[in-house]
Design a protein around this ligand. Structure first.
Ligand code: BG6
Length: 485
């Protein structure tokens, strides 16, 4: 298929001096620009409260791009001078927006732009509502061309706040103008879940309760809270990772094949998974918090000793739970999900374990216990998949051994693009398939409501361990074990 033509536009980023813009978004915009995928004549306007002029903003961005190794100093400098502008948002609340509108119109006139606009909210949760309101009240929700608004995570703190935020957004914008971003959906390996399942008939025909015993989704990080305690203390692993990233992976693993490959058919199926999920039982949830320990050979403090964390904090940095999806495909197949910080290594994977053969044909002849067949989908940092199956060891004896067949993206395609490049380009094209719809985000908060309302007590694990013992016991209570790799 020919690469879609992206029309020239104005790309406005709120929170332009923040970490997300400087470390993720700006490098993505730069890469798209240097690959000729950022339309000629388009401009980027950084917006923040901090008073600064275009020159100082360009310098700041050039320094970040070099630090992020996005490009060499000379090319980065040319990019910044030719496409970047800065607008200070003065006053409190929506007061600075009429000034922003004047600047937007002036830049559009100066660059002969047709009035296509993207407003990217790279902001903390509490700033989403006033910014959406400010845009709407200043008449920046519509334009002579198209207007799109991109909202970062977390979209709300619970069901009520997500419903209220959706209502506010819909007061000013139509749903098709809103792009709720979840950067996991931009990862090639997450998108490959669709291809792996739906372009390989042998996979899809086994992807159900007749063949699958249980499914595991693990998103492990070796990093700690990384100076983000102000945010993390009020979020915790459930809000930070499970409600969004892990749930997105879950819905792609569990959904029915959509009728067509368009944004609504795909998202309809994802929502149905969440609607079919049974209420989570509190005995199926383990919340943990890391204590001091050693990660990758380096001693690290516990969460409570991190700067800006309360010494009595009960925020979870680890959570494991069991989900059940009551539909024809998945009835009685447990889905175990877990995520945690300060685990031994970064590793995100989906492990689908199949049922054992109905008759143990080889058991009496082999002293080796047979392992169930498994498909492991490696999301990161290794990307690809592995299939574990049984083979006969050559020789007179009938000995059975588990073998792993591996496909790693890097061996075939080299490094994969960053998820932000894909998602930013999708917004420019106007393809919302990889963005989260209003009903999807609400269903997801609804699902985790019982845990938010009555969080189980937090238990402790040493940094660098596999998480609390209780996490292992949760899987064991269902007769399973978490995968170790
Ligand atoms: C972010 C979370 O959304 O995702 C972080 O706020 C987490 O806490 C990060 O570390 C993980 O992203 P990735 O792409 O490194 O797996």
């Amino acid at each position: 298929m020919a690469h879609p033509v992206v029309p020239p536009h104005l790309f406005v980023v709120f929170g332009a001096t923040g970490d997300l813009m400087q470390r993720k978004l700006l490098p993505a915009l730069y890469r798209l620009h240097s690959q000729g995928r950022f339309p000629l004549g388009s401009v980027i306007v950084g917006v923040a409260r901090h008073p600064m002029d275009d020159g100082a903003f360009r310098e700041m961005c050039a320094t970040s791009l070099v630090a992020e190794k996005a490009g060499a100093e000379a090319e980065v400098g040319t990019f910044c001078r030719s496409v970047l502008f800065y607008q200070t948002l003065s006053g409190e609340g929506p007061t600075g927006f009429p000034g922003l509108r004047t600047r937007v119109e002036k830049l559009e006139a100066g660059h002969s732009l047709p009035g296509n606009r993207i407003f990217y909210l790279a902001l903390p949760l509490e700033a989403f509502a006033p910014t959406l309101q400010g845009l709407g009240e200043a008449g920046l929700n519509h334009s002579p061309g198209w207007t799109r608004v991109v909202i970062e995570k977390p979209f709300g703190r619970d069901l009520d706040s997500a419903v209220a935020l959706n209502a506010l957004a819909h007061r000013y914008f139509e749903e098709k103008q809103i792009y709720r971003i979840d950067h996991y959906l931009g990862k090639e390996t997450v998108q490959n879940l669709l291809v792996f399942r739906l372009a390989n008939a042998f996979v899809e025909s086994d992807w159900n309760r007749d063949r699958v015993d249980h499914v595991e989704i693990t998103v492990a990080e070796s990093l700690g809270v990384e100076g983000r305690a102000g945010y993390y203390e009020t979020a915790g692993a459930l809000r930070d990772m499970i409600q969004n990233h892990v749930t997105q992976v879950l819905t792609l693993v569990a959904m029915e094949p959509p009728a067509r490959r368009n944004e609504d058919d795909i998202r309809d199926e994802k929502v149905k998974v969440l609607r079919s999920a049974l209420p989570i039982r509190l005995e199926d949830v383990v919340r943990g918090q890391y204590g001091p320990g050693t990660v990758e050979g380096v001693p690290v403090p516990g969460y409570r000793q991190e700067p800006d964390v309360s010494p009595n904090s009960t925020t979870e940095t680890y959570i494991a739970l069991c989900l059940r999806i009551a539909n024809w495909r998945w009835h009685d197949v447990p889905f175990f999900v877990r995520t945690g910080k300060r685990l031994p290594a970064k590793s995100s994977r989906v492990v689908v374990t199949f049922k054992a053969p109905p008759v143990s044909f080889f058991q009496s002849e082999s002293e080796y216990a047979m392992s169930p067949d498994r498909i492991t989908i490696l999301l990161q940092p290794e990307e690809g998949f592995e299939i574990a199956f049984e083979i006969k060891v050559p020789g007179r004896e009938m000995r059975v051994q588990t073998h792993r067949m591996k496909f790693h993206y890097a061996d075939v395609f080299g490094p994969l693009p960053d998820g932000y490049d894909t998602l930013v380009e999708d917004v420019m094209i106007g393809d919302a398939s990889l963005f989260v719809r209003a009903d999807e985000v609400e269903e997801s908060w609804r699902l985790y409501g019982p845990i938010l309302a009555a969080p189980p007590p937090v238990v402790f694990y040493p940094a660098g361990s596999d998480g609390p013992e209780e996490g292992q016991r949760l899987a064991a209570s269902w007769g399973h074990r978490w995968s170790t790799e």
